[in-house]
Design a protein around this ligand. Structure first.
Ligand SMILES: NC(=O)c1ccc[n+]([C@@H]2O[C@H](COP(=O)([O-])OP(=O)(O)OC[C@H]3O[C@@H](n4cnc5c(N)ncnc54)[C@H](OP(=O)(O)O)[C@@H]3O)[C@@H](O)[C@H]2O)c1
Length: 263
C-alpha cells in the first residue's frame, strides 16, 4: 500500500459509532486510513464517502487470533501516525450466565487485540519519533466500587476497560520522550449501535454523540491528557483518583499489615 498523505491512521471498529466517527474526522483532517471491522459493506461505504484520501478496508474479526494477527501485521509494517483501538462489545450479563464463548470474544476484542496491535505499532512509531495511540475504554473502568443495583452486570467488560486504562497510563510513561503519545478515552453513555446490538434500548437515556467523543479525544491529545474523559467537566476528579492510586501504591510495605495479623 502506498499512502498519499503524510498521516496514516488505523482505526478498528470503524463500521459504526465512535470508530466510524474517528474515521470520518481523520479523513476530513487529511489522514489516509486503514479501517477495520467485520461488516465489509460498511467499510466500503466509509471508503466510498472519502475519495479525497486513501482508505484501505481491512475486514478482520478481532475475536480470533487470525484477525488480530492480520491487523497487527499491518500495524507493524505500515508507517502509522495514529492507531485507534476502538472495536468493542460489552455482553452485559451476570458472570455465571455469560457463555464462555462470549467472555472469550470480549477479552479478545477489548484486551488481546488492542494489546497486540499496540505492541505491533509501537516499535515503528518509536523509530520514526512520532505517533499517537488512542485506546477507547469507558467510564465503566472506574465503576468497580459501585453498588450492584446501579449498574449493568459487567465484570468482564469493566475489567477489560480497566486493562486499557492501566496499559495506556503505563505505556505512556514508558514512551516518555520518544515522540509517541498514548491516550485512553473514557466516554460515558454514547449514542451508537453499541447497546441495541446487545438488545438494550437506551434511547431514553441522555447520551453523548460519537462525534463529541472524537472531538474530546483529539483535543485531549493536544492537551497532553493520558486519560481523556469526554463527559467529566471537572478534570481534577480524575487527577484525585490517580493521586489516590499512587498514595495506596506507595503505602505498601513488605510487612504484613496489622489488620491481617491474628491476635
Ligand atoms: N456506546 C457507548 O455507550 C460506549 C461507552 C463507553 C465506551 N464505549 C466503547 O466504544 C467502543 C466503540 O463502541 P460504539 O459505541 O461505537 O459501538 P458500535 O457502534 O457497536 O461499534 C462497535 C464497533 O466494534 C466493531 N467490532 C465489534 N466486534 C468486533 C470484532 N469481533 N472484530 C472486529 N470489529 C469488531 C464493530 O464492527 P463490526 O460489527 O463491523 O465488526 C463496530 O465497528 C467500544 O469499544 C466500547 O467499549 C462505548
Amino acid at each position: 500500500m502506498t499512502t498519499t498523505g503524510s498521516n496514516l491512521a488505523l482505526v478498528t471498529g470503524a463500521t459504526s459509532g465512535i470508530g466510524r466517527a474517528f474515521a470520518e474526522r481523520l479523513a476530513a483532517d487529511g489522514y489516509d486510513l486503514v479501517i477495520v471491522g467485520r461488516r465489509q459493506e460498511r467499510l466500503a461505504e466509509v471508503a466510498a464517502a472519502h475519495p479525497e484520501v486513501e482508505v484501505r478496508c481491512l475486514a478482520a474479526d478481532l475475536s480470533t487470533d487470525e484477525g488480530i494477527d492480520t491487523v497487527a501485521e499491518v500495524a507493524a509494517t505500515e508507517p502509522l501516525t495514529m492507531l485507534v483501538n476502538n472495536a468493542g462489545v460489552a455482553h452485559y450479563m451476570p458472570l455465571a450466565d455469560l457463555p464462555a464463548g462470549k467472555a472469550r470474544e470480549l477479552v479478545n476484542v477489548k484486551v488481546l487485540a488492542p494489546t497486540l496491535i499496540t505492541r505491533a505499532a509501537v516499535a515503528g512509531m518509536q523509530q520514526r519519533g512520532r505517533g499517537a495511540i488512542i485506546n477507547v475504554a469507558g467510564m465503566i473502568a472506574f465503576s468497580g466500587p459501585a453498588p450492584h443495583s446501579q449498574m449493568p452486570r459487567r465484570a468482564v467488560y469493566a475489567g477489560s476497560l480497566a486493562h486499557l486504562v492501566a496499559m495506556s497510563q503505563t505505556l505512556s510513561a514508558e514512551l516518555e520522550g520518544t515522540g509517541v503519545r498514548v491516550e485512553v478515552v473514557c466516554p460515558g453513555v454514547v449514542a451508537t449501535e453499541f447497546h441495541e446490538r446487545q438488545g438494550l434500548d437506551l434511547s431514553a437515556v441522555p447520551r453523548m454523540s460519537a462525534d463529541d467523543v472524537v472531538t474530546a479525544a483529539l483535543r485531549g491529545l493536544e492537551l497532553g491528557e493520558v486519560v481523556c474523559a469526554p463527559g467529566v467537566q471537572d478534570s481534577t476528579l480524575l487527577d484525585t483518583v490517580f493521586q489516590a492510586d499512587l498514595a495506596a501504591f506507595a503505602g505498601q510495605s513488605p510487612e504484613l499489615a496489622g489488620r491481617y495479623r491474628r491476635a
